[in-house]
Design a binder for this molecule. Structure first.
Ligand code: TUI
Length: 315
């Protein structure tokens, strides 16, 4: 058994969070992860209060265990979503793609444990000062919107800069990654891409298949020109977008419009040509579809074996 302060902090068996993946992390996936002993997280993404409230009420019919909501701070509905998590008494809120400071006081007063995703030491310090219970240090190996630093560089620097618990994310697929994250000073991990292959993950079969068959060099980062770099699988859409980013005859607005609706086309329609298939660099380490609970158990069996074995280096 791996004992971690993160388990006590949020009331879970294994110190693992499921990333709040837009269009993907709904009540079904989050409930399966929570039932499996991790923390399932519903992604509020760009959805409105009504959708989020419905998903929160749904997860409560599927599991009694703790769960979280990820608030994407660039959402046009962020204000109403920030209110819904209070009204619905969500136990844990993670945030992404921005600075959550302005919401922290109200969330803390409502008894919510707030755990922001941070891409830098400065953001980690700011999160601690404004009342975060922990931070998720996410390296650029991950899928979706990413920062500049790798997990290997970011996690120990964040660990040295704050006294709240640090959760590692980005580039972690299995027990070896969990063990490595703990060596870097993390007390737990957040995984996104690995859960794309969960049986309970409702993405289009084409999406699952693309992840399962991906190879090491199959992801690409686009969106740097607009200041929002995003890691996704290579396909016709991402290659065209990458090319147009360097085409100064195309305006920022036209570039923005090219990306609009692309994630939905991937998740819902499985459109292999025109969809945006967000995934991290470890997609190549995802081999088969299996229940979320089995994924978690497999990862922690391996992490335990690796951590035990690690002691053998010291003579
Ligand atoms: O948020 C994510 N991953 C995401 S969000 C998303 S939806 C989206 N799509 C296109 C552009 C933007 C968003 C898809 N994937 N991960 C957590 C994360 N947060 N990664 C990086 C950050 C982050 C970045 C800047 C957190 C804070 C931050 O602060 C900057 C500032 O100064 O406010």
């Amino acid at each position: 058994m791996i004992e971690s302060q993160l388990c006590q902090l949020v009331g879970i068996k294994y110190p693992i969070f499921q990333g709040g993946m837009a269009w993907i992390a709904d009540a079904n996936l989050a409930a399966a992860v929570s039932e499996g002993g991790g923390l399932g997280i519903i992604a509020a993404m760009n959805a409105n209060a009504q959708w989020l409230r419905q998903e929160i009420r749904k997860i409560r019919t599927l599991t009694q265990k703790p769960f979280g909501v990820n608030v994407m701070l660039m959402s046009p509905f962020v204000e109403e979503v920030a209110q819904v998590v209070i009204e619905e008494k969500v136990p844990v809120v993670t945030t992404g793609a921005g600075n959550p400071s302005k919401y922290m006081k109200a969330w803390n007063q409502a008894g919510i444990r707030v755990i922001p995703v941070v891409p830098s030491v400065n953001m980690a310090r700011l999160a601690e000062r404004s009342g975060a219970a922990a931070v998720i240090a996410e390296g650029g190996e991950s899928g979706g919107h990413i920062g500049e630093l790798t997990t290997m560089a970011l996690v120990p620097q964040v660990r040295d800069s704050v006294s709240i618990p640090v959760i590692a994310a980005g580039g972690i697929a299995d027990g070896r990654g969990v063990a490595a994250a703990m060596m870097l000073g993390a007390c737990g991990v957040q995984l996104g891409t690995r859960f794309l292959s969960a049986t309970e993950c409702g993405i289009h079969p084409n999406y699952k298949n693309k992840v399962i068959t991906a190879k090491d060099l199959d992801t690409i980062v686009t969106g740097r020109r607009l200041g929002h770099p995003v890691r996704q699988l290579k396909n016709k859409f991402s290659r065209r977008y990458a090319k147009e980013e360097y085409n100064m005859a195309i305006s920022d607005e036209e570039l923005e419009a090219m990306g609009s609706g692309a994630l939905r086309r991937a998740v819902v329609e499985g459109d292999e040509e025109n969809g945006c298939f967000l995934a991290g660099q470890i997609a190549a380490m995802v081999h088969k579809e299996q229940p979320a609970a089995q994924i978690i158990e497999e990862i922690f069996d391996e992490a335990q074996a690796v951590l035990k074995e690690a002691g053998k280096w010291v003579k």
